[in-house]
Design a protein around this ligand. Sequence first.
Ligand SMILES: [Zn+2]
Ligand SMILES: [Zn+2]
Ligand SMILES: [Zn+2]
Length: 347
Amino acid sequence: MEKREGRKFVELEWVCPNCETRNKGSRKTCGSCGATQPENVQFQRAADEKIIADEKALEAAKAGADIHCGFCGTRNPATATTCSQCGGDLKEGRARQAGRVLQAAPPPPKTLVCGNCGTENEGAARTCKQCGAALKQEAPNLQAFQAPPAPSAPKKVNWLLWGGIGAFFILCCIAFAAVFLIPSKSVKGTVTDLEWQTETAVQEIRAVNYSDKSGNPPADAYNVSCRTESREICEEKTVDQGNGFAEIVQECRTESERFCDYTVDEWTTVQTYEMSGSDNFPVYQEPSVSSDQRVEKTVKLMSVTFSTSEGEKLYAPSSVGEFQQFEAGSVWTLTMNAVGGVMSVEK
Ligand SMILES: [Zn+2]
Ligand SMILES: [Zn+2]
Ligand SMILES: [Zn+2]
């Protein structure tokens, strides 16, 4: 963790559990009903928070966690020695919890209607612009003043949600199977057209240069030159000071990535020879190669066209052996799926 000079603070707020009024964090008692802020009512971030510039407020923010009087419970600043309410010795008191990282306030409602005079106020307002009455917190924000769950608490699995997602996924699989994998009908087809393409690649070992590759170079690489690029990733956190204010702390970490230039000797294609035909016996070009070269042979296409009562159907055999069974003019039984794709072919 890294703290910059010129510490930054914002004022928090708390919701009175007695009357639901939102109070500024610096207030020790509710502006509406006068109740003191209980120890268990936590501070939360205001929707309209600003960086504090006022010297007195800054001083209060830096003073440390407030102390709840051990006799009457009133919040007192860390610098006080006796309770402002009952005069009790604050040595008997308890410091407020501090150090929590606070989440941003949920967006305020567009408007808040005054319960006293019915005037519409801005959603972030704390008091009515017409009559000055305290505005009550809207229901969705109320949960914010309850203590957040302990971070170590095991997360509950929402079985209903996951069950729903699972059921939907299974239905999708069934629908997919019904359309593509379940045979829907069979038709007779005559082989009318055959087509194939092959490729012969001549390869030799060549030095291949790589540049700016992320990660580590392969073990057999040479002419290796690497550099590390670092960048700083910073994140702002709003930390409860336990006195109605929060400090904005910047946390930074450095991420590094390695980039390398290198050369590797690899089998590299230096020339390709293609052949094609309209029968069911694919053949390859056989170029003469030198002793330090090799050839790689691949079938690029095998296709059988059937003429059926449903129109022309294409089928791609999975091996040369299967392809060679389709003599021109022979008749086969084609099993098709719901969208008319050929699933299998039998004599
Ligand atoms: Zn109140
Ligand atoms: Zn007291
Ligand atoms: Zn009002």
